[in-house]
Design a protein. Structure first.
Length: 611
């Protein structure tokens, strides 16, 4: 697979192919309209006044498009360029972009099958592909496209909430199935066992009665349903989800992160032990595979092992993997049969692309183990519009067992099993209503061109990670930048687990955290839309803040490494940092040093302006 042939290119290097495909798409769609009942009458002949009105209408359309084009060129962000080192957005695959544009001409709505007989099956197929990618059995699993990771996370909490209330509902409707279980025991029935119990409920014909006795009808009980544990590095959507779904933000417990900004599994155990002592159920635990600020990969395998230990003590909790950002990275670990590759083979494939041959080459064993463990999770969020390189908006929610749909659907999910090729109403068991079939088509087309294994997406993503590694090690090996009589030190927060680099500058001798924050704020403004038209920027980066409110005292280690005393951290309790998410595969190529030299020269110019 030639990576450079996947994109239009930073200088539109593949413009001839792109133009040809656009022309084909337009001609194909025009022909489709012409030959639908070709004997039908065309629009009526226009008289002189009508021709004048038609010209005026078409002229207004042309003028609106010209104005739109001008606004887009001036105000849009050049994701396609290796100079863009900002958010987790990049150039999109030509296949997905063209597939999206072609399908838009037909405007299918995947909420209902009758409005999308072409694209609903594509969405079901994509769901199975993504399920296989994360290690689920695609014949048993369920997945669908959402508007993004936020809605996918909502659906995960929605399903976990409803599922965990089912044992209480069964005890009310069919007490013989549950025996004399008390509240604590009912709160800790394992998810797979609940689904088996639901099978018995369906056989008895009492599914609707049980659902009516569950939280979906009765609401959250007065005492709540238990705690939802999330790492300090969580996405903001989890706080919103607790609000929207009635769990309550007070029911969120935040797990500390370690110095590598991965979840501290020891602290997770401490929190769970405390909740068990109080007989407070643990509703769910979120593990992040690719945090949106640091790109950290939590040690999922250790969390899975921890739950196995608790299960021996008759304690169980839902494990959701928020892999909205990092989910597609798992392709780098898969062979063509979706089998997880041995660690040494993953390393050798990385080195085979001509990348770093040192012991520090990607991936670390802990990262490998985390991705291997994804198949044991109870639900997973993945965003094709991130490292799937497809247009917005495309997230996905994945479940290992489609029977869980019975807890949220608005008619029995098992009806669909009778007509597997005709899934009918997606809108019956998803959170959204109307949804663009073009999104599903974009993901489907991308997967047709770039396979979901190490030789396809894995190769593309390895280039992205190598670009981040080169940027990270360039900063580490060039920690001092001299401008006239001043020196500026740069320090990275931690080694990237995938492809996000967090860093900050401080002037030598400065011990004021406030001044250091102001310096990095100014650097950011020089390298962002704030400095003027973003299209004219030399380089574009993003930023974030690491605060005590979110991370406790963990960021103090970072500020100390830049010469800031702890007393300053205690006073400010927030550090402003620069953030480069390097999704472009181009920085892994031989001309990286050219881009690095331009970056340093530009940085020196900006620092000189600030001096």
């Amino acid at each position: 697979m030639d990576i450079n042939s996947l994109f239009l290119g930073p200088k539109s290097e593949n413009e001839e192919f792109f133009r040809d495909m656009l022309q084909f798409m337009v001609n194909d769609h025009i022909g489709w309209r012409k030959y639908f009942h070709p004997d039908d009458a065309s629009l009526p002949h226009l008289d002189e006044d009508a021709r004048k009105e038609k010209k005026e209408t078409l002229d207004r359309t042309r003028e609106a498009l010209l104005e739109l084009a001008a606004n887009l060129q001036v105000g849009s962000v050049p994701w396609f360029s290796p100079r863009y080192l900002g958010h987790m957005t990049t150039d999109t695959l030509m296949a997905s972009l063209l597939g999206y544009m072609l399908t838009l001409l037909y405007n299918p709505n995947n909420c209902a099958y009758e409005a999308s007989p072409a694209t609903t099956p594509m969405e079901i197929e994509v769901g199975r592909q993504l399920a296989a990618m994360v290690g689920y059995d695609p014949l048993k699993a369920w997945g669908h496209i959402t508007s993004g990771g936020t809605v996918a996370n909502y659906e995960a909490m929605w399903i976990a909430r409803n599922l965990r209330s089912i044992p209480f509902a069964i005890q009310k409707v069919m007490p013989g199935l549950m025996g004399e279980m008390n509240h604590w025991q009912l709160s800790n029935v394992p998810g797979p066992k609940i689904l088996d119990l639901l099978d018995q409920v369906k056989t008895s014909g009492k599914l609707e009665e049980v659902r009516d006795a569950s939280v979906r009808s009765l609401g959250i009980p007065a005492g709540g349903m238990g705690k939802w544990l999330v790492p300090q590095s969580k996405h903001y959507s989890w706080v919103k989800a607790a609000d929207i779904l009635g769990i309550g933000q007070d029911q969120l417990e935040f797990v500390k992160v370690k110095k590598d900004y991965r979840m501290d599994v020891g602290h997770l155990k401490h929190l769970i032990d405390g909740l068990i002592n109080e007989e407070t159920p643990v509703l769910g635990v979120v593990v992040v595979i690719g945090t949106t600020e640091e790109g950290a990969v939590d040690e999922l395998d250790k969390v899975i092992a921890l739950r196995q230990d608790y299960e021996k003590q008759n304690t169980w909790f839902h494990i959701h993997v928020d892999a909205a950002y990092g989910g597609y990275v798992r392709t780098a670990f898969l062979d063509e049969n979706n089998q997880f590759l041995p660690y040494g083979q993953v390393k050798s494939q990385y080195l085979a692309q001509g990348f770093d041959e040192s012991d520090t080459a990607w991936p670390e064993k802990s990262v490998y183990n985390a991705f291997r463990a994804m198949a044991a999770a109870d639900s997973i969020t993945v965003d094709p519009h991130k490292m799937g390189y497809v247009p917005y908006a495309a997230g996905a929610i994945l479940l290992p067992d489609r029977r869980a749909l019975d807890t949220i659907s608005y008619f029995a999910a098992y009806v669909f099993e009778k007509e597997e090729k005709n899934p009918m109403l997606l809108g019956s068991y998803i959170m959204e209503g109307s949804k663009a079939g073009a999104v599903a088509a974009a993901v489907w087309t991308a997967h047709r061109v770039v396979s979901l294994h190490a030789g396809g997406y894995g190769k593309l993503i390895r280039n992205s990670i190598e670009g981040a590694y080169r940027f990270y090690y360039s900063l580490k090996t060039n920690p001092v930048i001299k401008i006239l009589d001043k020196e500026y030190h740069v320090h990275c927060l931690c080694k990237p687990d995938i492809n996000i680099v967090i860093y900050a500058f401080n002037q030598k001798g400065n011990t004021s955290l406030k001044k250091m924050n102001e310096l990095n704020q100014k650097i950011y403004e020089k390298f962002s839309y704030r400095s003027g038209p973003v299209y004219a920027s030399d380089y574009i980066m993003s930023k974030t803040s690491l605060s005590y409110e979110e991370y406790g005292d963990r960021p103090a280690l970072f500020t100390h490494a830049l010469g800031i005393p702890h007393s300053e951290w205690e006073k400010e309790q927030e550090v402003f940092v620069l953030r480069s998410c390097i999704m472009t595969p181009l920085l892994a190529q031989s001309n990286y040093s050219e881009y690095w030299n331009v970056f340093i020269a530009s940085l020196k110019d900006k620092l000189a302006e600030l001096a």
